[in-house]
Design a binder for this molecule. Sequence first.
Ligand code: GLN
Length: 247
Amino acid sequence: MDLRLAALFPDLLNLYGDRGNVLVLQSRARRRGIPVEVLPVGLGHPLPDADLYLLGGGEDRQQALVAPALEALRPQLEAAVRSGAVVLGVCGGYQLLGHAYYAADGSVLRGVGLLDVVTRHPGHRAPRLVGNAAVACVLDGVGTLVGFENHGGRTWLGANARPLGRVLAGFGNNGRDRTEGAWAGTVFGTYLHGPLLPKNPAFADYLLRLALRRRFGDVHLSPLDDRWEHAAHVRAAERAGVRLRGA
Ligand code: GLN
């Protein structure tokens, strides 16, 4: 058994340390004896066959550079998802997994439509949605998600996307409907930076199990010593103003 991780446009989509999500998945797999191959995908590069595709965050400028290259990979991404591959987009990467991002300067960046969401930036004069956040995640066994958000875009979910969770603290998708993130099948999007996965080990393992299922079926992941990850999780929740039960 092995894991193939593709990092899409890592030089451009990597705000607030989102590359840390790749490192955490790599570490949590290797500590269980699962070899990992990390496949960076640059602008114009073909999409490699992988079990998990990651997109980090980016300012509007980086997103404008990435969007055409990502759209060119749409057929291959759709085929990968049909084969059971997992996709995780964070913030700017999340926005481009949707149908479109209407950017701050009025330009329209087409997304790949893997998530039924649309994002609209209300313009540079509008307040950004910034701060520590905590979310009650809907995924089995994940519990709370914690992280940091900083986005101008407001994301609205269509009928075929489900919220990743309910905002306990922070703004979430749009600062209005108390939803955060979106998911459909094996495709996930969230506004939580930090990076996300070091402080959310249950979600990291959820993604690992799902990605390994693609080629190996149901896989048992042995427990890891996550005392530091849990301590960071609790502290991040506190910084968002949320005191976790049992903490
Ligand atoms: N540029 C996008 C926005 O402002 C995404 C920002 C991000 O990835 N942190 O909403």
